[in-house]
Ligand binder design. Sequence first.
Ligand SMILES: Nc1nc2c(ncn2[C@@H]2O[C@H](COP(=O)(O)OP(=O)(O)OP(=O)(O)O)[C@@H](O)[C@H]2O)c(=O)[nH]1
Ligand SMILES: [Mg+2]
Length: 330
Amino acid sequence: MFVDEATIVVRSGAGGRGAVSFRREKYIPRGGPDGGDGGRGGDVVFVVRQNVKTLAALRVNGRYNAGNGAGGAGRLMTGRDGKDVQIVVPPGTVVLDAESRDLLLDLTTPGRRSVLLQGGRGGKGNAHFKSSRIQAPRFAQPGEDGEERTVVVELRIIADIGFVGLPNAGKSTLLKVLTAAKPRVASYPFTTLVPNLGVMRVHDHDVVLADIPGLIAGASGGAGLGTRFLKHLSRTVGLAFVLDLSDDPVSALATLEAEVKAYGAGLATKESVVFLNKSDLDPEGELARRFFREVKRDRVVVLSAATGHNLEGARRVLYDLATAPERGEQ
Ligand SMILES: Nc1nc2c(ncn2[C@@H]2O[C@H](COP(=O)(O)OP(=O)(O)OP(=O)(O)O)[C@@H](O)[C@H]2O)c(=O)[nH]1
Ligand SMILES: [Mg+2]
């Protein structure tokens, strides 16, 4: 099951308490203080793994508690540290505070460990508190408490270009012919229910393409599958609007742009290309000419994912878009 959002409760461990203890040895009736320190509480740690694809495991667990530190003991023995709790997530995961929605962690690098909550410090044992005035301290520090927090964990997949289109426009077919991905393709709408990723190799450069479920008018208000999959395009460099040339591409583009704009999150200002797909259904080129009369845009590619017509043009424009130098950062 593809799960891209989960709310979980995490808790770091409390530190163990310091010990109150006095040396007891034969012939030494009143030994000095020898209470050891408490152990540290365990941390709440996120770990990124490339082979993990969804947040399904988090849905099942819901709660992650690190271990508490053990108390100190006599003979200056320090308590054992609490065990860290590890939450394994795919690259592209973000962790947000459940209430304020503040970004707490942005996890993109496989192998990286990031501490969300530190465990409490262990308390100091009474051995630390001996002074000239207090020869026999009968007190020690308690351990520091752990911390509890409710967080939203969200997956925003990492791709260079995202395909946006109405259902049935041919997004998945295009992903299939441009990459080695094997998404489901069918002649009915909403074939794609979860995002598909594919890698297109051009000039020794990997361009990652993301195919998401189709949008329909009103998606931002919840119609169809809604816009919840658009969050997966928030990290992309650009968008590719995939249109069915035979099915009123002018209004399809207007619908898509309106939905992307309504969604926000900076998607509408991303660079984009338009793919006029299904050119095989427009043998005379009449539909394409009509589109160009009505829509003035820079990057438009007429192609057919089914017959393979002009896939080279699509590859070139996707490569240019993905490798264009970052704009606005001088
Ligand atoms: N004639 C023609 N049919 C195409 C072309 N590309 C895709 N199709 C067909 O269009 C239908 C929809 O294709 P998909 O790739 O599943 O479309 P999609 O945009 O991924 O659809 P959703 O996942 O439902 O949003 C399928 O029957 C495809 O075979 C094309 O270039 N020409
Ligand atoms: Mg599809």
